[in-house]
Design a protein around this ligand. Structure first.
Ligand SMILES: [Zn+2]
Length: 254
């Protein structure tokens, strides 16, 4: 039977607060108004990403019951810190202790794999991640741009691995680069801190002993769908793939 990994991203990522942009645009003769103008990008009808809230522990309990019911598993991409400001990052277990505890139970009982979804999910330098007055900020809500110094890639992977492995008391071997953005510099740092698999929308390849898996055999989604549409969204997805055998992302690489 065909194997399939379910992967949810953006857990604990402050991008759900700070990434605001719109795809909307209005034109009338030679006038143009972008949905990114001032408050328009915050309006539910026009916003493309944020703002939405973090998932609640009770919602995770519901997710776990569904996974059991459908004999499924889920890889959970966690961003290791919440960006309070350019100089203040709060580790996930401190920012969301209830959610972290439920996820630890889920990992202990074998229902979920904890994956690394970056340290910040965004570019911190010069407050690049902050919402802009007259434009969107989607680009700044990617973390591992190749134009960032190699030390930043290294530092973000070192700290995120340390936070996640210490709290969850297990090896974290899967990296999900935010927004599918990474370079060989990212991979070198990932390898150094114990990552063995990279999972995102990218062509599969091998980098030394690290496997870049791509999204083949993966259904990738975000906490955004479950928060805005309800946990029933996951049940529909599980039903749509009832003919598959579910596995963790890391098992696709083993
Ligand atoms: Zn993400």
């Amino acid at each position: 039977m065909a194997r399939l990994a379910l992967r949810i991203d953006d857990i604990g990522a402050a991008s759900k607060r700070n990434e605001v942009y719109s795809k909307q645009e209005w034109r009338w003769r030679r006038f143009r108004l972008s949905g990114n103008w001032l408050f328009i990008k915050y309006l539910p009808r026009y916003r493309a990403w944020g703002i939405y809230r973090e998932m609640r522990p009770a919602e995770w309990e519901q997710v776990f019951r569904l996974l059991e019911q459908y004999h499924a598993k889920l890889t959970v991409g966690i961003t290791a810190t919440w960006v309070e400001s350019q100089h203040e990052l709060t580790p996930f277990p401190q920012k969301f202790p209830g959610e972290a505890a439920v996820l630890k139970d889920g990992a202990d009982s074998g229902l979920i794999e904890i994956a690394n979804h970056g340290l910040t999910h965004c570019v911190l330098e010069n407050d690049a991640y902050k919402p802009k007055w007259f434009s969107g900020n989607r680009t700044q809500h990617r973390e591992f741009w190749e134009w960032l110094a190699p030390e930043i890639h290294d530092e973000h992977l070192r700290r995120s691995q340390e936070i996640l492995q210490t709290y969850f008391q297990r090896e974290i071997v899967t990296l999900v680069p935010p927004g599918n953005v990474f370079s060989d510099v990212t991979l070198a740092a990932a390898l150094k801190y114990g990552i063995r698999y990279v999972s995102c929308q990218t062509p599969p390849r091998q980098y030394q002993t690290l496997q870049v898996l791509g999204n083949e055999h993966v259904v990738a989604f975000h906490d955004r769908e479950l928060v805005l549409e309800g946990v029933g969204w996951l049940e529909n997805t599980l039903q749509a793939h009832a003919d598959k055998t579910f596995c963790f992302v890391r098992e696709l690489g083993e």
